[in-house]
Write a protein that binds this ligand. Structure first.
Ligand code: CA
Length: 230
């Protein structure tokens, strides 16, 4: 199961950006727009990490942070605080109150996701395995590098996402529609046949002259990565 990140932020636009970028990187997300919702979500969903805005209506981020550290159930959950530029005192107080890291607004989503990973890597290393391995193929998700038996494979962004979906659950068969959802995102109108085109490209890139075929076509169903017969 992918790590669940609870986003506690009242600014809708920022929530959307965070949600989009985290989900793109394979995290699951839950949203709380104020302190009360946050405390509720903490009880109900037990997230793996909390992104906590300092300035929230009703209950402040700092107060949530303190409450989380006081309670046995939430004490161990890592917190990344969001603070506004210049609030140096807030950072210090945030760290003192038990936040694991803080990010100053405005920030790049990429940087924030990197911080989230870094904090999770310290708290629960198995949650953020960043290299997928199967059938001689290695995918390093951090630096976007793919190799097969040590040979470097160059992939376009779509082929990379396709391979990632397949590599996350080896031998599981996905329909074209599922692959479209997972590798293209749901908001685009793409023909299921497009999947075939990109699978072809992916195979071409993956397979050297003597390599066995790794991507199995399952007639009238879809595709899987499967080294069983290889
Ligand atoms: Ca805010």
């Amino acid at each position: 199961m992918n790590p669940l990140v609870l986003i506690v932020e009242d600014e809708n636009a920022l929530v959307e950006v965070l949600k989009y970028n985290l989900e793109k990187e394979g995290f699951r997300t839950e949203i709380a727009i104020d302190g009360e919702e946050a405390l509720l979500a903490l009880d109900e969903r037990s997230p793996d990490l909390v992104i906590l805005d300092w300035m929230l209506p009703h209950v402040s981020g700092l107060e949530i942070c303190r409450q989380m550290r006081r309670r046995k159930e939430t004490r161990g959950i890592p917190i990344v605080m969001l603070t506004a530029r210049g609030e140096e005192d807030d950072r210090v107080r945030g760290l003192e109150s038990g936040a694991d890291d803080y990010v100053t607004k405005p920030f790049s989503p990429t940087e924030l996701v990197a911080r989230v990973r870094a904090v999770l890597r310290r708290s629960s290393p198995t949650l953020v395995e960043e290299v997928l391995r199967y059938g001689g193929v290695e995918m390093d998700l951090t630096i976007h590098r793919v190799t097969r038996d040590g040979r470097q494979i160059r992939l376009g962004p779509t082929e990379f996402r396709l391979l990632r979906v397949l590599m996350e659950r080896p031998r599981r068969v996905y329909s074209r529609e599922q692959l479209l959802d997972m590798a293209w995102g749901t908001d685009k109108e793409v023909e299921p046949r497009t999947v075939d085109v990109h699978i072809r490209r992916l195979r071409k890139a993956l397979n050297g002259p003597d390599d066995p075929e790794l991507i199995r076509t399952v007639r009238s169903v879809g595709y899987a990565i499967d080294a069983t017969d290889a």
